[in-house]
Design a protein around this ligand. Sequence first.
Ligand SMILES: [Ca+2]
Ligand SMILES: [Ca+2]
Length: 314
Amino acid sequence: MSRRAEIGSAHAALLSAVILMAGAFLLSSDSPQTPGKSPNTRKLLSRRGSFGTLALATCNEFGALACPASSASGEISTDDCRLDDGSYVDLIQFQGTAGQTVTIDMTSNAFDTYLYLLNPTPAVVASNDDFGDSTNSRITFTLTASGTWTVGATSLLANQFGAYALTIQCTAGTATTPTPTPTVVPPPPTFTPVPGPCTANATTLCLNNGRFRVQANYSTPAGQAGPGMAVEETTDTGLFWFFTSNNIEVIVKVVNACTFTAAPRYWVFAGGLTNVQVVLTVTDTQTETVRTYRNPQNTAFAPIQDTNAFATCP
Ligand SMILES: [Ca+2]
Ligand SMILES: [Ca+2]
């Protein structure tokens, strides 16, 4: 599906206080090869607490799936609960047993799908944008608890509607050997490296000796969207503006911390002066490792201080 939104009126950026957002830090295992999607969004998406402001109890309509295998269909519409990035979500529940591995697929011809999986707490434990050569979504997850699990079926972007289909397949559970819950799921290196140096241009920063490619995409509640315009400040630090060049929205730096013997890493730090949706993509061009950071729509840009960003030293 096209990610290009309708052009609407400009949305003024908000100079906002720093707000630490609660919620799990998630990494989805998106395919890098989805045709028709911009490079900035086809890789690993992270959503920080995007389910945060939605209390499931306020959503009074729940669909159902059942192990060991079942399917369901639904429609994303304005009647559904809404996430804090402006996308609407259907909630579909199933009974799971600790140790079971479930595979959930969401497909749609109407919009670019996005899947969440919430544990019985409920807390988001997995998410996925794209699976395979499509914009459809798949989550494969080994359940860490027995009880009522919830699937959040939504769209990648706000205000996308239409029909979709869901399927679930489950292995037999072994309740006595639950898998520990990881706090951070590392991004799997599932794509073929494409060697090539970073080339700076109007929308691309090349930071830390030109090794790291940094790009930003934004979208507003009114539908205005596009790439952030890059301004290099130092060899390690750059800026992006969205609307006018005198109005900076995001500052980002990539820091060489390879001398930290306990955990040699390249760090990614970023700050935002905006509350519109931002997808910030940082690529290590030597390894083609990608980290993507997403600020949800209508949300004060949370500080990014990722000291585990790239374990690709030297
Ligand atoms: Ca619905
Ligand atoms: Ca998708």
